[in-house]
Design a protein around this ligand. Structure first.
Ligand code: ADP
Length: 165
């Protein structure tokens, strides 16, 4: 089942939470900052071990102080003009995150709207990419959540999910 909700991803009772990280994996603003604050300093210590991560790839850590058992960190693409591989990289973020979640044994997973904050990816285009990969993976999970922070994203996801597009 795929569902779109509006809320703070750090509060969810779910197996795995995905973090829209940056390539350093050392924390930042937006959802990344919120996840690090909620998970506690052990998260930063765990992330240091990776020595960074390429855009479109992903790394998994424990959830520490979150309810979630795992946090999956994926640096999304910075939007330039759409002609610099942004769609493929964003798709790769979702695919890489799902793969790590499957390998860990997660049955439920929540995603923020990766790259649609400071990275500037157009929200409607990003939602289409996200829902496309969520549909590919739907059979592998009991619950897939698009955790939207703003009403605009919630509306976009609900339209895509209801429309069956
Ligand atoms: P990026 O650098 O990938 O654009 P941002 O964190 O700036 O990452 O934004 C990604 C999305 O996460 C945005 O839609 C933003 O509104 C949303 N967001 C910010 N804080 C939270 C939160 N606590 N829970 C869920 N989503 C959040």
């Amino acid at each position: 089942m795929i569902e779109a909700i509006q809320g703070d991803i750090t509060k969810l009772d779910i197996d795995a939470v995905v973090n829209a990280a940056n390539k350093t994996l050392l924390g930042g603003g937006g959802v990344d900052g919120a996840i690090h604050r909620a998970a506690g300093p052990e998260l930063l210590a765990a992330c240091r071990e990776f020595g960074g991560c390429e855009t479109g790839a992903a790394r998994i850590t424990p959830g520490f102080r979150l309810k979630a058992r795992w946090i999956i960190h994926t640096p999304g693409p910075v939007w330039r003009d759409g002609e610099h591989g942004e769609p493929e990289l964003l798709q790769s973020c979702y695919r890489s995150s799902f793969k790590l979640a499957r390998e860990a044994g997660a049955k439920s997973i929540a995603f923020p709207n990766i790259s649609t904050g400071v990275y500037g990816y157009p929200k409607a285009d990003a939602a289409r990419v996200a829902v496309g990969v969520m549909r590919e993976e739907n059979g592998n999970f009991e619950r897939i959540v698009a955790c939207c922070f703003d009403a605009e994203n919630l509306g976009l996801y609900r339209d895509l999910l209801e429309g069956g597009e």
